[in-house]
Structures are given as C-alpha cells and as structure tokens.
Design a protein around this ligand. Structure first.
Ligand code: 7PM
Length: 282
C-alpha cells in the first residue's frame, strides 16, 4: 500500500514500496532583490535558467516565492506579488516539474491555480479569510505551515510551553478545517515552519520530533531549514556559508521522517540524499 501526495499534474509516492528518494523542492525567489537590477524581463530569464538548473540537479518541485517573509519585513501588496509570481509561473509551465507557489494571499492562490500551479505553499497555514475557499475545488497539493505571530513580529519573543505539542495541535486544527471543506487528505503535507516564530531551541526540538508530527497527524512532512539562522546558530557561519550545515539539517530531517526538503542548494543536497538513500535502503 503506497501513499501518494497528490499535486495537480503530479503525484509523488512518499510512502510504501514505490517511495524512493525524498523529494527535493528547489527554492526560486522572484523578489526584486533576487535578480540584480536588470528589470523584470531579465528577472524572468534568470528565473527560467535557475529553474532549469535545479531540475537538472534533481529538484522535482520548484517553489516560486514573490513575497519576502524575512523577519520584520513589510508585506508585499497584492498587485506587486502577482506581477512577480505570475510571469514566472507561466514561463515555467513548460518544464517537467511540479510548480509550487509560496503565498498567503487567496487572490494569488486563485490566479496561480488558473495558471496551472501544482501546489500552494502557505506559510500562514491557509488562515486568511478565503484561503481555503481559493484552493478547495482544485486538485493542487497544499503545504500547511505553522507560524507563531506574523513575519513582522514573530522573532520578537517566541514562546511555547511545549513547542512540539503546540505545533501539532495547530497543524491538526488546520487539517480539520481543510478536510471539513472537502479537501482530500492526499493533497496535504505539513511543515513545522522552522524560523517562523521559533527560537533556535524550538527549531531543534521540532527537528528532533518531526516523526511525531507525521505519526500523530498521519500526513507527510516537508522541512525547510536551508540557510536559516538555526544553521548559523550552530555553525557560527553567515548566510552565504551555510550550505554544508543546511545539508546536515536536510539529512537529519529525512532521518526523522521528513519526505520533502525545501532547499536552495539542490545539487549538493541531492548528492547527499543519494548517498544517504543508498546507505539506508533495505
Ligand atoms: C527571507 C527570510 C526570505 C526567510 C525567505 C525566507 C519556508 C517556506 C519560507 C519553510 C515552507 C526561507 C524563508 N520558508 N515555506 N517559505 N517552509 N513551506 O528561508 O520553511 O526560504 S521563506
């Protein structure tokens, strides 16, 4: 009996006999700071070649993000987010890869689904009014992420009595809300939201207990730690020197039961996962 994650045009076997390597989701930023100022067309060219490179390197999902969620950063207006995301989504449609859109806005979700997005990745866990309605009648995959507070305030004073139990309770409540709207469980995956309203200790507690999230809620887990401050806190390295630390985190996540890893450095992560896989298959 194999369980698949259903994502629009794609279906990923994540459990059972057909489940192979973990799925690697490559991060594609389409924020202006990510294409050094040659204007929007050059930004599109860069997005396309970056996506093609990540696919060659082994990414089977690409997460397109037009809203920088850096702690403390202001939110992006709807029209600007659409101007960033939609051209990239249409351009990448021809590539053989599942296209995820990283957004909290129901209007962006609707437009993305019309354009054929295979997955919606919402760091806000589909809590915005209209978010569930925007995705319920499609067949896209849905990543439900936990975040405490808002990107503007989340790192001021993250607080939990039991971070693992509280993240599981939150995700369980969101799963209930989404399945109550008629959304099939096969479309859902869960993410503890590393760095989103968490201290370093909270992040590592969640990493050690990823299998509890999977087992208590019975859904696949996606982990996104690539280059984040939890890596810097342990290695003492700045963001541009966190590749090796991030690979360590990705392997740890897989060891703890994650089936999808969201990463910047696809080639290096895939190499590490291939060796990991060869060393752990029965
Ligand atoms: C600035 C700071 C820009 C932080 C971008 C980020 C996740 C995500 C992000 C995650 C899922 C980053 C974050 N992180 N979606 N989107 N899980 N599902 O470091 O951990 O990429 S944005």
């Amino acid at each position: 009996m194999s369980k698949n994650l259903h994502c629009g045009r794609f279906s990923f076997p994540l459990e059972g006999p057909d489940a192979g390597m973990p799925v690697v989701m490559g991060i594609l930023n389409v924020t202006p700071d990510s294409f050094s100022d040659g204007g929007r067309y050059q930004g599109l060219e860069f997005a396309m070649s970056h996506a093609e490179e990540m696919i060659r390197d082994g990414a089977t999902m690409i997460d397109i993000g037009g809203e920088s969620t850096r702690p403390g950063s202001p939110s992006v207006p709807l029209d600007e987010e659409l101007r960033r995301v939609m051209p990239a989504l249409y351009a990448l449609k021809t590539l053989d890869v599942a296209l995820s859109v990283d957004t909290c806005k129901p209007e962006v979700m609707r437009e993305a689904l019309i354009a054929g997005a295979d997955m919606i990745n919402d760091i806000n866990g589909f809590r915005a009014p209209g978010a569930i309605e925007a995705v319920q009648d499609s067949d896209c995959g849905l990543c439900i992420m936990h975040m405490q507070a808002t990107p503007q305030t989340m790192q001021q004073a993250p607080q939990y009595n039991d971070v693992v139990a509280e993240v599981i309770a939150f995700l369980g409540e969101r799963v209930k809300a989404m399945t109550a709207a008629g959304i099939a469980r096969e479309r859902l995956c869960l993410d503890p939201g590393f760095g989103f309203g968490k201290t370093v200790e909270h992040n590592y507690a969640l990493l050690r207990h990823l299998a509890r999230i999977r087992d208590e809620l019975g859904l696949p887990v996606l982990a996104g730690m690539s280059r984040k401050s939890m890596i810097g806190a342990v290695t003492g390295r700045p963001v541009e020197q966190r590749v090796a630390g991030s690979i360590g985190a990705a392997l740890a996540a897989v060891a703890h039961g994650a089936r999808i890893v969201r990463v910047h450095d696809v080639a290096d992560t895939v190499d590490a996962l291939k060796v990991w896989h060869a060393a752990t298959i029965d």
